[in-house]
Design a protein around this ligand. Structure first.
Ligand SMILES: Nc1ncnc2c1ncn2[C@@H]1O[C@H](COP(=O)(O)OP(=O)(O)OP(=O)(O)O)[C@@H](O)[C@H]1O
Ligand SMILES: [Mg+2]
Length: 508
């Protein structure tokens, strides 16, 4: 039997905060809830990121719900990537049942069923705020990464961006980009324009680029590129003092990994560029939750994976915390895992040798505890119970505490279709981003030019097959324009490392 008085003394001191905090539950010792020990996480260290892990059905998503509710109470907005579509209930009040009553009775905390302000968001055309970005906002470098282009193809994209910049051709959506590519290879005027000033493009490379664009479109990306582009400041709403919980439903990311990576990269880039450095504000500005994060680590493009590590480092000073929710800590790459301050570990199951290895690895990473046999208890934690270690206000890890989590105050089940319709039809933000603006951009401008060319000069142009022109690219790179180009690339490359994602060519 552990020394309860000592436990209360030590843990309650270490989980007390000077500044604002959120409450996740109460401590437990020898299987009993110890009401004197309230597990509080200082708001000040929420931007130090975290992990919610545990076997299926152990309560991870409900813990995330409690977490987002508590942040909302503190006025902190969040963005939840809801991969399984089981999170929308936070927009409706919970209803009391025996399980909840018992849970709150044990913790001696008041149960106050209530709804939280919610915005539903979408990148693939479901009901909600349409999140979009323009091609030019991405810049040539990031776009090439998303399209998984090789160096040669990437320099072509850079040339095309430069050309459009010089010619005043706005690149808004993927149609614009395709049209420009077509214009500079198919149209005599466009071809001459390009080769005189920048060098010509090898049709084989062009074909490869077009195929990549089409592949991205097949995952529904056409809807993602366009105007009006989403302003990340709109993620920072409060209503009646409560932070808004923004829920992005991204079901089925296995079928559209590239689209999802595209969205994530654009979100990171936008946050990075738009949010000011926060310094030590004592309160996070926005918290990003990624449920079923293992899918992202499995499916994401190499570019996204590489950027997540960088982003996790950089985004902290912008006052943004990122929380990964996944089954085992090993789902998260080591270099990301080592940067996570808060760990909420629900039960793990030790069925296989690999499972047992994961368990000992998880336990090894916790602060040493005299109160629990962590390696045994971790396998026997009840639903809605977890081992927690956080960072205190000085940034020092808090002692491991077996926590009895409170229940969500909002509904634990999802919204029905009528409730979703009602929520989205009342949203001012949905209305703001509903209209698709299709002002004259590269596509329209060039389409009319090409139409004219077809009528005037070359009646067979439309159906002319693309000719192979081997060696064209070499001449591009050797030409003066090619050399300028190499410098542009180097400069872009430096920006990529320094300022994160390809930041060139942005226009608002
Ligand atoms: N804090 C809690 N209070 C009350 N009930 C809870 C709590 N946490 C979990 N539960 C119960 O456990 C069930 C499963 O929880 P949850 O969906 O959060 O698990 P999960 O770990 O996210 O599972 P999966 O890996 O399958 O997504 C809930 O539907 C709920 O009935
Ligand atoms: Mg879940």
């Amino acid at each position: 039997m552990a020394d309860k008085a000592k436990f209360i003394q030590e843990l309650s001191t270490r989980y007390t905060t000077k500044g604002e905090s959120i409450t996740l539950g109460k401590g437990m010792l020898d299987g009993d809830v110890v009401t004197e020990v309230e597990v509080k996480i200082p708001l000040k260290t929420i931007n130090r990121h975290g992990l919610i892990a545990g076997a299926t059905g152990t309560g991870k998503t409900k813990t995330l719900q409690v977490f987002a509710e508590q942040l909302s109470h503190a006025g902190v907005p969040s963005l939840v990537l809801d991969i399984k579509g089981d999170f929308s209930g936070i927009a409706e009040p919970g209803s009391e049942n025996s399980i909840i009553t018992e849970r709150y009775a044990k913790t001696q905390l008041p149960y106050q069923p209530q709804a939280f302000p919610v915005e539903l968001m979408t990148i693939s055309g479901e009901k909600g705020v349409k999140l979009r970005a323009t091609v030019s906002e991405f810049g040539p470098l990031l776009l090439s990464k998303i399209l998984e282009l090789n160096d040669t193809q990437q320099s072509i994209i850079s040339i095309v961006f430069k050309y459009c910049d010089d010619k005043g051709l706005p690149l808004i959506d993927l149609d614009d980009l395709k049209k420009v590519l077509q214009y500079v290879t198919d149209n005599p005027q466009g071809k001459a324009d390009l080769s005189n000033n920048y060098g010509s493009i090898a049709p084989a490379s062009l074909g490869a680029i077009l195929r990549s664009i089409v592949a991205l479109e097949q995952q529904g990306a056409a809807q993602f590129f366009g105007e009006p582009s989403f302003d990340v400041e709109d993620l920072l709403q409060q209503r009646d003092g409560k932070g808004v919980v923004n829920i992005l439903r991204v079901g089925n990311i296995q079928s559209k990994p590239q689209l999802f990576s595209t969205f994530m990269l654009s979100l990171f880039a936008e946050i990075y560029m738009n949010f000011p450095e926060e310094g030590d504000s004592g309160k996070p500005k926005l918290v990003l939750f990624i449920d079923e994060a293992h899918l992202i680590f499995n499916e994401a493009s190499k570019t996204l994976l590489a950027q997540i590590e960088t982003m996790v480092k950089l985004i902290r000073s912008k006052g943004v915390g990122i929380y990964f929710i996944t089954q085992i800590p090993g789902d998260v790459p080591e270099n990301v895992l080592s940067q996570l301050g808060l760990k909420i570990q629900h039960a793990l199951r030790g069925f296989t040798a690999k499972d047992r290895k994961e368990i000992s690895k998880a336990v090894e990473n916790y602060p040493i505890t005299e109160y629990y046999k962590a390696d045994e208890l971790i396998q026997n934690l009840g639903i809605g119970e977890a081992f927690i270690t956080a960072l205190d206000e000085k940034g020092i890890p808090t002692p491991l505490v077996h926590t009895y989590l409170i229940s969500p105050e909002s509904r634990m089940d999802v919204l029905n279709d009528a409730e979703v319709s009602d929520l989205t039809s009342r949203s001012a933000l949905v209305a703001k981003y509903e209209q698709t603006v299709n002002k004259d951009s590269a596509y329209e401008m060039l389409a009319s030019r090409m139409e004219q060319a077809v009528q005037n000069a070359e009646p067979t142009l439309k159906s002319r097959p693309v000719k192979e022109e081997p060696g064209v690219f070499e001449s591009v790179m050797k030409s003066r324009a090619g050399r300028t180009f190499t410098t542009t690339l180097a400069r872009e490359g430096a920006k990529f490392v320094l300022g994160m994602l390809g930041l060139g060519g942005r226009k608002r």
